[in-house]
Design a protein around this ligand. Sequence first.
Ligand code: E4P
Length: 217
Amino acid sequence: MKFFVDTADIDAIRELNDLGMVDGVTTNPSIIAKSGRDILEVTKEICDLVSGPVSAEVVALDAEGMIAEGRKLAKIADNIAVKVPLTWAGLNACNVLTNEGNMVNVTLCFSANQALLAAKAGATFISPFIGRLDDINLDGLELISDIRDIYDNYGYETQILAASIRSANHMSDCAKIGADVATAPPAVIKKMADHVLTDKGLAAFVEDAKKANITIL
Ligand code: E4P
């Protein structure tokens, strides 16, 4: 499973990228607003840092506006994936931008039907939002599983990009189901390394090494 980082925090992206943990980056208008930076400037900086796809989201609501914004975003770098919302206008923009040779990430997906339409529109990525479904007592992971089945049934090449990930468990659950990509905030990716038994075991090893005066260098 590929790991995308869901942030516009350059330092956080750099840290994970240097460790080889970053296959791409996702942003959205809320993430860009949080960065306090100009969308074109911060997105260019991310694209220069990371070689994989960098999702940059349009803000227009009509297809024509999304297409114009998408074309401008795509000019930032070769690794831009234009992100459009899963509305009828967004699907229209996805189709046009895909046919022009751009990567397109269709976002705000909350149902299998929406994912089916995105694949028909030629999306490179479909972004089902797990956490936001869980927030309203629906099953986000079940949606990922349904989309996996549907795409496999018909050989759709659209990649399932599990988004709105809130916990480390979501990451392994998505990997078990067969999501192609999961995008998560840096803190969630780092949390994947934690285990209480690792901490406990390490504390015992440190104590024993001290007692036995074990030194290596
Ligand atoms: C990524 O593409 C999504 O925009 C992001 O994962 C949404 O996450 P949130 O539901 O935590 O805002």
